[in-house]
Design a protein around this ligand. Sequence first.
Ligand code: ADP
Length: 611
Amino acid sequence: MTITRPSTLWRITQGQRRRYGGAILAMASTNLFMFGAPLVGKYAIDMVVNQDVAFAAPPLLWAAGGLTTGDPYIAYLWLSAAAAVLLTAVGGLCLFARGWLAARASEAIVRDLRETLYHRLHHLQAAFYHTADTGDLVQRASSDVETLRVFLASDIVEIGRAVMLVICVTPILFWMDPQLAALSLCVMPFLAAGAYVFFARVKHLFQATDESEAAMTTTLQENLTGIRVVRAFARQAYETERFAARNAEFRNHNHRLIRLMALYWSISDLFAMSQIGIVLFAGALFVMDGSLSVGTLFAFMTYVSMVIWPVRQLGRVLTDTGKAVVSLGRINQVLDEPEESKGRTPAEGRARGEITIRDLHFAYQPGSPVLQGVDLSIAPGETLAIVGPPGAGKSSLIRVLLRLYPYQRGSVKLDGQEISDTNHQWLRQQIGVVLQDPFLYSRSIRGNLAVGRPNAPEADLISACEDAAVHSAIERFPTGYDAMVGERGVTLSGGQRQRLALARALLKDPPVLVLDDSLSAVDTGTEALILEALRRRKGRQTTLIIAHRLSSVRHADRILVLADGRVAQLGNHEALASQPGPYRHLCEIQGALDASIRQDVDAAGERHGHL
Ligand code: ADP
């Protein structure tokens, strides 16, 4: 079965039930063979103790008679030993089959579950990722799945084993001696009930230990990911202390758990021993008054020791079942999340890049409008710069364009096709986005570029990197394009990461290219080179540039000034700079800033001249 939606423990075993049936059958056979061995022993002992073949097992005695013409006693003992070994060996084989079948079944289910979860995590609505905690999602996809795996691989079979043991052994015991059978089982219910109550009580401690481990892992992960920030702010001592606190919490919970478990196993040992003690004591009395044979007592002792272990484990197995239900519930929460709607794929493969936005209203949460009635038409091949104060809605406009969030009113069209009805994958193939803080994989530079266009010819790779002004920097790495990029690109400078991400987008060569503040960490000289290269590519794609520097936007065909989610101004640099308004204000501020920087540089130059 392929798991595609939330499920119950029973339903996820669908498709693997034949294997589980086989495992349970193999276990029943194991019990049958393994339980046969003590019976063989019982008859052999009784025959030897009583020196009488009347006490031997008739089928074995018959076989021994047929095998030898010599002493039937000796032949019987040899045959008993061989039968006991054979029964145990075949039982062992069945045990192996049980483990193998259960492992195959559980691995198949868990693999399916992992794949479904991973697929779903790739296709959920964008809003989900803005609120979800990455560490928590990792925990669900790894340790929750692992809890389920352990349950499916061993606990289901353990439950079956305990039930089978009780079902198989009880009749044998009562058949051998009803009175001793009743005494042999008298402590068991208390042991089972005690195990259940104990594990139910410590369940919260198991959970607390799991949670404190997750908190410790999250702290470690955060610190490793943000190691540069930790160092830059000299926060090592603080972070070390924070980690030590989490570590101590985990240790304390674990310590309590180990103490309680040790107490439980000792007390249940006492119960188990008292059960064996009762059998030994009562059995010895019965042997003495002649109502029980020594062999039967031996068989009783063996059977009771066999049953007592799974009964002691039953509490743990039941707790594991509870944990598996909790884990499956957490996985179901993810599977329950709605996926992005697919939409229609337009017939023509590549878009022309015409964007038409009419009366667009958008809010992340009701009551907090972010875009309020935006109207905009962008021609194919046009370069539009978007400026505006932080929080004006520039990035939100791009997210809406990418269909990451649904808009509430108005219309957004690419090539005349309403994007809410367009296939999201096709749409995102048409739009290449470079973010301010781009994500790079911990692969080689070539591997990162290949994300833009797999198997691109070397010449295209180099040309994209040249346009993004990063080719010469890559050439300076000892291994060039094969240089490894550390996790999240830590071995590259901020500007290099931005330029590499731009090269990746240029290599993809999409009909719409969006630079979302993506040249902020690049120096002005390099920025000019990149903008020049983009101008050379003009006409190949519609380009949207979100930027703060005037130098990035002044050469755009048109400039859109957003303020409070509305279009405040729209026009080219000359037109906007010549009329009063926010754009001229921006020019004045940046002009004044540039002048003051120039003055500072000149003054510093003069002082240097005097020295
Ligand atoms: P800009 O890119 O112009 O700086 P944004 O589009 O990022 O502005 O943000 C516009 C508004 O939307 C801001 O008030 C911001 O707080 C809010 N906002 C941005 N992202 C989210 C989000 N994921 N959930 C809720 N509100 C958001």
